[in-house]
Design a binder for this molecule. Structure first.
Ligand code: NAD
Length: 459
């Protein structure tokens, strides 16, 4: 079906009003949950083919993480979607005010390859809960998962309501040329810019979930063993191809050596002495990214890892010391299993490094000191943050997830997903019992004086 035809069909379906019905939304959320539950194995297989994703990682980060999202939406869609009466300021005497929560219409959800299932389904939960129709455009770089998404959605949903368009740049751009009512994009910053330019032409609202260089700071009072395990986990999960993975490590000079020792031992305890043999370690998505990452390895000195097997796109978990801010590895999002280490002496220097770069998606702070934690949070800016851990905040339905500046705009998860796909329509209803002619022309000084007094009185 041509994009124009698909969008028109969905527009007609939306106009029928059925998606606004709250029991319809709940029924669709249940269908989505059932669809995922009964196809877990197929989904995990496709992730294995695309990314050699370990079953454990595939389940936790692509499937399991969706269930609380769906359940939260199922529990609350009824109340979130209802009208909310709010107080009316005295100046509008004898009126009532209400906010209606209205779906936008046809939403386009564009997703990337690194968590190809979750990043298509997560936004879909919000789109359904809020009463929209949706078109999913999964990533062509994870073709097996894209195929599975298309098959499952086609089997469980009417394409006039939820449809999948497979393909790459050309297919995405064809969709972007249509007049859509919302665009939810997850991907790189450069493509995010293209998406927003297209959206601007048609004044379509967007959410952009982008990437960036998320720093980890380990202060000299941190519990090093916990820090090492939690950083290594967040960095090498999915072979480092995680939008909010710790990108680089800023460690206090006094504990740098010790930190590297503990990180090495954490890596060995996770993946054994030869991670290439470990079933728990993923592979790089394609040759282009493998080549790019191989080039990044020429920065600094590799103090752990370094082995690569181009044929299978295996890249060992690596720690790179002796890196400077001028190295290429510090100038772009790494998005792979390479951890550059920089030492700082004063906290101010670490903060300056973070602030010299665009606002990241996350900042990770390892310290036992409230003062250090507060200072870093106060003097930096990022989409989100985690204290004494990495990645975990993304798994809470109570924390809106999103970026700021170059790492994106808008947020989702839990109620934030519903809000993202919802237009708040404000309505004031005035009484017709009587009319105060004070505001009508012709104006005069006497009335202006009265109004001034009134505004002063009510505040
Ligand atoms: P990408 O931006 O290359 O692709 C994302 C989607 O956009 C794909 O569906 C692709 O088909 C489409 N696309 C690519 N080029 C396009 C173009 N010129 N015009 C229109 N559409 C185009 O991203 P990716 O390589 O798939 O994913 C990696 C990036 O995504 C990283 O930067 C990562 O940080 C980011 N990311 C962010 C999040 C988040 O939640 N904030 C999550 C995962 C990944």
């Amino acid at each position: 079906m041509k994009p124009q035809e698909l969008v028109q069909r969905q527009r007609n379906f939306f106009k029928s009003g059925i998606t606004r019905d709250r029991s319809f939304r709940k029924k669709q959320l249940k269908t989505l949950e059932k669809m995922i539950r009964s196809n877990e194995e197929i989904i995990m297989k496709s992730l294995e083919k695309d990314l050699a994703k370990p079953r454990f990682e595939a389940f936790t980060s692509e499937i399991g993480i969706l269930y609380p999202e769906i359940r939260e939406a199922l529990r609350n869609t009824g109340s979130w979607a209802g009208p909310r009466w709010v107080p009316t300021p005295l100046i509008h005497f004898l009126a009532s005010s209400v906010i209606y929560h209205e779906p936008y219409g046809v939403a386009l959800i564009i997703s990337p390859w690194n968590y190809p299932f979750q990043l298509a389904m997560g936004p879909l939960v919000g789109a359904i809960a809020a009463g929209n129709c949706a078109i999913l455009k999964p990533s062509e770089l994870a073709p097996e998962t894209s195929k599975v998404i298309a098959l499952l959605i086609e089997e469980h949903f009417d394409p006039s309501y939820v449809a999948v368009v497979e393909g790459g740049i050309e297919e995405t751009q064809a969709l972007l040329r249509e007049k859509l009512n919302y665009i939810f994009f997850t991907g790189g910053t450069e493509v995010g810019r293209i998406v927003m330019e297209n959206a601007a032409r048609r004044l379509t609202p967007v959410t952009l979930e982008l990437g960036g260089k998320s720093p980890v700071i380990v202060h000299n009072d941190a519990k090093l063993d916990y820090a090492a395990h939690r950083i290594a986990w967040g960095k090498y999960f999915n072979a480092g191809q995680t939008c909010l993975a710790p990108d680089y490590l800023l460690v206090h000079r006094d504990i740098k050596r010790e930190m590297i020792v503990r990180l090495r031992s954490a890596i060995s305890s996770f993946y054994g002495s030869d991670p290439e043999q470990s079933p728990d370690y993923g592979r790089i998505i394609n040759d282009r990214h493998f080549q790019r990452l191989s080039e990044l390895m020429s920065s600094g000195t590799i103090v752990h890892g370094g082995k690569t097997t181009p044929k299978t796109r295996y890249m060992a978990p690596a720690i790179i010391d002796g890196v400077t801010m001028d190295d290429r590895i510090m100038k772009e999002e790494i998005f792979g299993p390479l951890l550059p280490v920089l030492a700082y002496e004063n906290m101010g220097d670490a903060i300056d490094i973070i602030n010299s770069m665009p606002q990241p998606l996350a900042i990770y702070i390892f310290t036992e000191s409230r003062a250090v934690e507060s200072r870093i949070l106060a003097e930096t800016s990022s989409g989100g943050a985690c204290v004494n851990d990495t990645l975990s905040h993304v798994g809470s339905t109570k924390l809106p997830f999103g970026g700021i500046g170059d790492s994106g705009m808008g947020s989702y998860h839990g109620k934030a997903s519903f809000d993202t796909f919802t237009h708040r329509r404000s309505v004031m209803k005035r009484s017709t019992l009587f009319d105060l002619p004070l505001r009508y022309p012709p104006y005069n000084e006497g009335r202006l004086r009265m109004l001034r007094r009134l505004f002063r009185l009510i505040g």
